[in-house]
Design a protein. Structure first.
Length: 210
């Protein structure tokens, strides 16, 4: 949950493009100590990034800008537009083109995740899920890694679906996400929760014998 003060900072950065500590102090009236703490937390949570920008002679100034994760917090018509595009293609008998597009998209995701695992060959199932969680966070899935309370199996929960509008037209993202996990862990993955069924998240249980 983002506090009103942090949300105000994110809104300021969105409107201005970048925001310095001095500009934030002048715009909000908050103390520099409080603002530094807010900026630090927003950066740690993946909503903003920092960079030093030079304006003329003198030392460059520290500026904050929205990260990709921060951009996700603001309304966008892109999901609805993609849904309408899929509907347009399907109505013209181009279902195979739609499937080819999504399969290519998921293949790229699989390649990225497999490379992540290859860079950490010592990682067990739980550690791999933690590595994968970082990638999913960047993609907007809001992942959580835990263990099933009954079976004790490691599981990963996707608390947000970036494809909510898309799956109103096609279940390809859902099917391909299951294939994604099966390919990564080479096991009979179980999906315990499923957003299209009314659950609050999609949850995948991974057999712990890796």
């Amino acid at each position: 949950m983002i506090s009103p003060q942090k949300r105000q900072l994110l809104d300021l950065i969105k409107r201005r493009g970048t925001l310095s500590l001095d500009e934030a102090t002048e715009a909000t009236g908050l103390t520099r100590t409080t603002l530094r703490e807010h900026f630090s937390q927003l950066e740690r949570d993946g909503y903003i990034s920092r960079d030093y920008v030079r304006h003329g002679p003198g030392r460059p100034s520290l500026q904050y800008q929205l990260s990709e994760g921060g951009e996700f917090l603001f309304p966008s018509r892109e999901p609805e537009m993609l849904r309408d595009l899929i509907r347009y293609l399907k109505h013209r008998g181009l279902d195979s083109l739609v499937e080819a597009f999504f399969r290519q998209y998921w293949e790229k995701r699989l390649d990225k995740a497999e490379q992540l695992f290859a860079d950490h060959p010592e990682a067990d199932t739980s550690s791999r899920l933690e590595l994968l969680s970082g990638m999913l966070e960047e993609e907007g899935f809001m992942p959580e890694v835990s263990r099933n309370s009954k079976s004790g199996e490691p599981c990963i929960r996707e608390c947000n679906c970036p494809f909510r509008e898309v799956i109103k037209e096609t279940d390809l993202p859902c099917r391909l996400e299951m294939e994604f996990y099966k390919s990564l862990f080479e096991e009979d993955i179980k999906r315990d929760l499923y957003i299209p069924n009314g659950d609050h998240a999609c949850s995948y249980a991974i057999p712990p014998n890796q």
